[in-house]
Ligand binder design. Sequence first.
Ligand code: B1M
Length: 211
Amino acid sequence: MADLKKLYDAILNGDQKTAIAVTEAALAEKVDPQSLINEAMIPAMNEAGSKFECEEYFVPELLLAARAMKGSLALIRPLLAAAGAEPVGRVIIGTVKGDLHDIGKNLVASMLEGGGFEVIDLGADVAVDKFVAAVKERNPHLICMSALLTVTMPAMKTTIQALREAGVRENVKVMVGGAPVTAEYASEIGADGYADNASAAVRKARELVAA
Ligand code: B1M
């Protein structure tokens, strides 16, 4: 029986060693990796965020929680990717300029891979020019931008404008997401799609690529 509470606590307390051990044990028992993510890992990161907001946690505690989450995710990512079928499209993904949050973006990237997409991951803190150059060089069907900070969300709009100015906006669909991003914001900045979690991102990506 997977110990979800132990995994939750290990991530919340930034205990990477225990997080990895519990994840390994759960995977050995063939527990669905999605349930580890949705029922223990994401709730633990959300609680870390709440503690940060009420000044019970500070940046070092967030970093430790993120490190523990990444340790577990590293074990889970190959399983998510292996679940995929035939390639359905090419995606460029990145967290926008000024934003270092990459856990959600990595999860979306893994789920897209698992959904059969070829994924080119530009990483975090991706400059507008880098997105534009990647679109020109790699000719993707879809560009995915993630932002976790209200102050970095505007970089999504700037990137869409830059794609337009470079004459490549019509060649590619744009999807945006991340905790502060909404469907309204996505349509306001001229994105083609929005998703509020990694599974929804795969569904939306399929829809956009098919269109
Ligand atoms: Co930061 N941080 N952080 N942080 N951090 C938040 C985002 C915050 C909400 C915490 C809080 O105050 N409650 C707050 C933002 C407030 C705001 O903007 N309104 C915040 C802040 C303020 C900051 C700093 C400014 C703190 C400081 O230095 N004073 C700083 C900024 C650094 C920077 O980026 N320039 C900072 C730094 C950090 C760490 C580096 C310590 C660390 C990140 C480590 C890393 O990612 N490598 C960190 C963390 C861990 C968090 C929280 C606690 C957790 C984020 C996370 O990984 N969640 C976060 C609080 C929270 O979110 N509850 C917080 C788990 C992840 C799976 O969820 O990323 O939302 P998420 O992704 C989801 C969906 O959003 C969606 O799918 C994912 C899976 O379901 N999704 C997409 C994401 N991208 C998508 C793209 C799509 C579609 C869906 O299509 C393209």
